[in-house]
Design a protein around this ligand. Structure first.
Ligand SMILES: [Zn+2]
Length: 460
């Protein structure tokens, strides 16, 4: 569930042979085993329950694929994401201060949106044999501009801590696992925003050094449910060293295998209940019995660690062409080598986002993304004018209830009139084209002969 990124092979290039001798890919430890051991302690039937759980999700995912055969054909779901930056001043400075952090966040959002929408520009690297399996999750990640208290937020907060780092498995707050100390204000971190409605990402220094990140899976009973993964800890912790996309290898050390912002892509996969293609629990799937519960990802005997192999890569579980899907985001290849989710994975994620899934409330409130001021917040619907649909995507109808207005103004949250409609004689039901307006919240102000009414319109 968390991912240890090796500097080993990259060390050969960067630091020379001494580094290469001291670490090899075979010595890398992955936190998945730590997680599974913890789950097994909580639940003696863990393995059996997990297989049963996976079987059920796989059935749902297969059913989803039956109705979405071309690729992703349903509407893109837009979900709010908030970054809690919990770093000490020295670490903040290493990221370039507040402006550097803002840039890094934007690059991270861009990477997520490309990789989750089959829009990554390096998709040409996907081998022809796997290209038909290139999956489109259909998820748009947008910075959350409405904080839980209703105030405006840039979509991130910077908490300057005195701590040098947060341990992956020895916290004092919450479960004590997965950097839980960073997830609570009381222990020097930042409290989560409603984890059913926002995707919370904590950016921090993770100890031990070398861990790229850790994403909580949904609290399925098989994992120990909310005792292992309580709702107020749901989200993803990412090392500040593996955060965002960097174009210059020396821009930040030392997790250079994680230079393209894809640590969060991988951990986001876990957050939506994706497994590693080499199986559920082990780093060494010798018997090829471990599977990820996804129909179209080939079995894999062991992770591909922080390197970029040549295609095809055959192993004991996938002995024939095209071999293993080492370029999958849920494998451990270097960032620059991971270029695809599969269609089966996309289906599985969309099962979680659909009604009844563990992530089904994400995106249910577009107001969390498109903030409006409290003055607009307090505008109530009135009986004289109705606006529908509301929220509206491209256009809406304004019904003035048989009274002809002198004019109708659409006003943005800065108070600026962005569109005016002058009704014709006897025209009481009007059409407003919203196509050219920025997404957000607007006021529909109707001026009648003797009165004025205002109604709030959400456009997204
Ligand atoms: Zn992982």
């Amino acid at each position: 569930m968390y991912k240890q990124i090796t500097t080993a092979l990259l060390g050969i290039c960067t630091y020379g042979a001494v580094m290469a001798q001291s670490t090899t890919p075979n010595t890398i430890i992955d936190g998945w085993d730590v997680l599974m051991k913890k789950c097994e302690q909580k639940n003696p039937n863990f393995r059996a329950d997990l297989y049963e759980q996976n079987k059920q999700i796989e059935q749902k995912a297969d059913a989803y694929m039956q109705t979405n055969t071309a690729n992703k054909t349903t509407a893109v779901k837009e979900v709010p994401i908030v970054f809690h930056i919990v770093l000490n001043q020295s670490q903040i400075n290493q990221l370039g201060g507040t402006s550097g952090i803002a840039e890094r966040i934007q690059s991270q959002i861009d990477v997520l949106n490309k990789d989750f929408n089959a829009a990554n520009t390096d998709s040409f690297l996907i081998p022809t044999a796997f290209k038909p399996l290139y999956g489109n999750m259909g998820i748009k990640f947008s910075l959350a501009h409405k904080a839980p208290d209703g105030s405006y937020s840039p979509g991130y907060e910077i908490i300057t801590t005195t701590k040098s780092g947060f341990d992956i498995q020895s916290g004092t707050a919450g479960t004590g696992y997965y950097c839980s100390d960073a997830k609570f204000t009381s222990s020097g971190g930042a409290d989560a925003w409603d984890t059913k409605k926002y995707i919370n990402v904590w950016i921090l220094s993770i100890t031990p050094m070398g861990v790229g990140g850790v994403g909580t899976p949904p609290p399925y009973p098989a994992y120990g449910g909310t005792s292992m993964f309580p709702w107020n800890e749901q989200g993803i912790a990412i090392s500040y060293m593996a955060f965002g996309k960097r174009t210059n290898g020396s821009q930040f050390f030392p997790l250079q295998a994680a230079i393209a912002g894809r640590t969060l892509v991988h951990e986001m996969g876990h957050f939506f209940n994706l497994f590693h293609p080499f199986g559920m629990s082990t780093m060494d799937n010798k018997t090829c019995t471990d599977d990820d519960g996804v129909t179209d990802t080939p079995l894999e005997s062991a992770p591909t660690q922080s390197i970029c192999p040549s295609f095809p890569l055959l192993d004991t579980c996938s002995k024939t062409f095209p071999g293993v899907m080492y370029m999958n985001h849920m494998d451990y290849s270097a960032d620059t080598c991971r270029t695809m989710f599969s269609k089966g994975q996309a289906a599985r994620v969309n099962v979680e986002l659909a009604s009844g899934g563990y992530r089904d409330q994400l995106g249910s409130d577009p107001g969390l993304i498109y903030w409006w001021s409290s003055s607009i917040e307090n505008v109530a619907a009135n009986n004289e004018v109705s606006v529908y649909p509301n929220p509206a995507t491209n256009a809406c109808t304004i019904n003035c209830n048989d009274v002809v207005a002198k004019r109708i103004d659409i006003i943005n949250n800065l108070g600026q009139v962005v569109h005016t409609i002058i009704p014709a004689a006897n025209e009481t039901i009007l059409h407003a084209d919203l196509g050219n307006l920025a997404k957000g919240v607007y006021i529909i102000k109707c001026t009648f002969a003797e009165t004025t009414t205002t109604t709030k319109l959400m456009h997204y």
